[in-house]
Design a binder for this molecule. Structure first.
Ligand SMILES: [Cu+2]
Length: 160
């Protein structure tokens, strides 16, 4: 009795799987998961702190040429405890860094994440983020879409 019931269930599961596979093989006009159409990241680097274990920073240039208006609201870095998008702003006559407001992107937007400006702050970097390796960085957009890219890991003394 059990076997008789299980067989149709197994058949259904197999059919379900093959349906998924067919879909995956279909020519994809839509961008791959983890990629935003029209977004390009160049010169990405993760610069470690002079003191091991202290927060590191990710810098890069972003250009966006997509039709849809977007906003970057958060970031993740594989191999780190957490990450946050920071901006440097003047407050109380001092330059201070703080969590950035969502960064709006429209067609043609170019944003530089650079020392002294916007950056991704990387907290509790693990040993996996060793100089010479690459770090997987994910930008998270309002609505939950993501854009992944690789950043070259550099030592504190190296060129930022
Ligand atoms: Cu910061």
């Amino acid at each position: 009795m059990t076997t008789a019931l299980a067989a149709p269930a197994l058949l259904a599961a197999t059919l379900g799987l093959s349906a998924c596979a067919d879909e995956a093989e279909a020519p994809a006009a839509a961008p791959a998961e983890g990629t935003i159409a029209g977004m390009e990241i160049t010169d990405a680097r993760l610069v470690l702190a002079p003191v091991e274990g202290n927060p590191a920073a990710v810098y890069f240039n972003l250009s966006y040429d997509g039709e849809k208006g977007l906003a970057i609201r958060d970031a993740e870095v594989e191999g780190a405890g957490s990450a946050d998008i920071h901006d440097v702003m003047e407050y109380d006559f001092k330059m201070q860094m703080n969590t950035s407001a969502p960064i709006p992107l429209t067609k043609g937007t170019e944003v530089a994440f650079e020392p002294g400006g916007k950056h991704i702050m990387v907290f509790e970097p693990s040993d996996a983020l060793a100089p010479g390796s690459t770090a997987k960085v994910t930008l998270i957009l309002a609505g939950g879409a993501t854009h992944e890219f690789e950043a070259e890991v550099r030592e504190a003394g190296e060129e930022r």
